[in-house]
Design a protein around this ligand. Sequence first.
Ligand code: MTE
Ligand code: HPA
Ligand code: MOS
Length: 750
Amino acid sequence: MYANDIDLHAQGASTFIDDMPEPAGLLHVCPVVSGIAHGLIESVDLNDALACPGVVTILLAKDIPGGNNIGNVEAGEVLLAEQEVVYQGQPVAVVVAESDAVARQAAGLVRICYKELPAVFDARAAHAQGLHIAPPRIFSLGDVDQAWQDCDVIVEGSAASGAQEHVYLETQVAVAYPLENDGLKVFSATQSPGMVQRVIARVLDCAMNRVEVDVLRLGGAFGGKEEQATGWAAMAALAAVRLQKPVKVRLNRGEDMRWTGKRHPYDSDFKIGLDKTGRILAYEVCFYQNAGAVADLSLAILERTLFHVSNSYFIPNVRATAISCRTHLPPNTAFRGFGGPQAMFALEAAIFKAAAAMHVDPAHIQRRNLLQECQPFPYGMPAENCRAQRCWQQLHDRFDLPRRQQAIDRFNAGHSLEKKALALMPICFGISFTATFLNQASALVHVYADGSVSVSCGAVEMGQGVKEKIRQVAARALSIDKARVKVESTNTARIANMSPTAASVGADLNGQATLLACQRILQGLKTVAARLAGGEPEQISIEQEQVCLNGQPTATGWNKLVSEAYLSRTPLSAHAHYATPKVFFDRSREQGRPFAYHVYGCAAVEVAVDCLRGTYRVTDVSIVHDGGRSLAPDVDRGQVEGGVVQGLGWMTLEEVRHDGQGRLLTDSLTAYKIPDLYFAPDIAVEFLDGDNPAAVMHSKAVGEPPLMYGIGGYFALVKAIRAFNPDWQPGFSAPMTPEKVLLALYECGC
Ligand code: MTE
Ligand code: HPA
Ligand code: MOS
């Protein structure tokens, strides 16, 4: 029986790159990184490091045979800094040694002299100095300036959401093996094997077909390995080719936390106008994104922020400005939600402030403005198959929210030192890569002569269960037992030009390609079956491993059919390509149809605050989530639960801090607090089923959207604090850590 990843994990039998047996002669790499945030490199002294026994060589930018560039946007995205360093933790040199310990020790002996330059770490400060990654972008709908005149209530304010460290269990790692004929095979913990292949070819100045990248699975990624796994793999590749020995690079937890980028912190200014019934008439917002030192994925993330500016609400007049600000922090990068959560947090802050001004519950305004079928998003696309209202209503009905609110009110009236609150968080997330060209995938399916099946595609397994979903697609498409289907490692020699596994579309894109390939094989099999059963191919179907003629089972089973196909020289392998239809976006007009569809949902987040100590618990999260026809219901449930907890962590616990020189202070899991099993609330998820013609077998993407339910945790805490200290005016600065809760409980309303 072929076990899935989940079973292997449970048995401790799944292997990761660091579990692979180390070949004889394996060399180890330790990067030497910048110890300052901004400066010019005056000299690099390698002598002490080179004198260390066991050090083989130390590579610098000048040793790169091809392009010193690992990004896709700007020239500054270098593998190794040559003249200027732009963040603490930026690689400058690569120590190659016979052991990991020697490489690390020698790296500490490399002396770099700098001429220090001024550094900036805050997005608004960078903006004030004109430090931008690109010119601002503006999305607009209706006429905001005109609309203010019709508003009964207008409030203005600011919101800030913090960075978030990915804390994938498996830290950044890669092993590169030199092969004959100038070839190279690289095992990399990346979400983007295609990009790693392309960048290594660029760095080495060789053809892409010389570089094979293979990914079996990742120990978590959450966006942190979409772009930022590439550099480490390129270092291993550079050293392996140079020395003609296998080379491994693996960061430890502290290095990984200090040297890699995080979720982008955002500062936002908002202005919102409503009529007296609570209808939002106008919303104006400006986002200042802290991009870090170089572009990385910041501009794509900023674009997704704009796409989610109005979340699951219809706002007739919107103007949203988005500015990517260049600071001297490690380049911030993809993180589950990809800029969407930051936009949604700002809007919920605006709604909260408006509700306080109107003396109504925020839920009143949320409910009043929920998207309805065919209402447009600010980028021109109408909401089709809109589930915003259904999710909200079903949440209220199934989880008896009015009764729970009454119970909370009663509790608060009877308790002076403990307060509870419930906040609602509706979500709407666009599904597709916003870069249209990435919405393609291919699959290669083999049926072996014994009836077993092998699927290769571009999906990377990172714990999100995509391989299980691909197996399900192949098993259903061929109508065979899932146990017959194996999903292979993700490999650039089998699948070319693959998009990253990201944007929650791993199963959508690769599942569709797999389905098409299976259908192609099935066509040939039906011709064989028709011959065996004495009918026409159109009369044939395969049902539960049995050939059927006009729906009636015949004597021929799957094994016999496959073996007959083989003997009659019928193709049992197929390759197929899928490109999401109908998606486009015109950046000159900021209008289009960027998404294949949207995922909706609504959560109720309940908290209890100890008003003496400032400690709190998220006690309960109830969710109605728009799930489509699931390919793997348990996987989807796990994704929703995990996403919520990760979102709650971002909003309440996880605080990334730097000192005044841009050095990360929270570089261990004792200083950086993430949610654990004891933190996790009771989570009840009800899936809204239904058709989704826009994705494979009517399923729906699930990976990222649930993270945004966590935003409800912030506002539930704010409500509970105000139940104790009604004069407190929230500043909307997340995360709402226990320290901040305690201060807010006793802050006066000045
Ligand atoms: N779930 C687990 N367990 N581990 C992960 O790294 N990444 C998330 C999400 N769920 C992640 C996860 C992110 S950021 C994305 S984009 C999707 O999974 C990617 O996988 P999918 O496209 O197959 O949903
Ligand atoms: N989401 C996630 N990753 C991406 C995207 C996106 O929209 N575009 C490019 N990389
Ligand atoms: Mo997910 S942030 O698109 O890897």
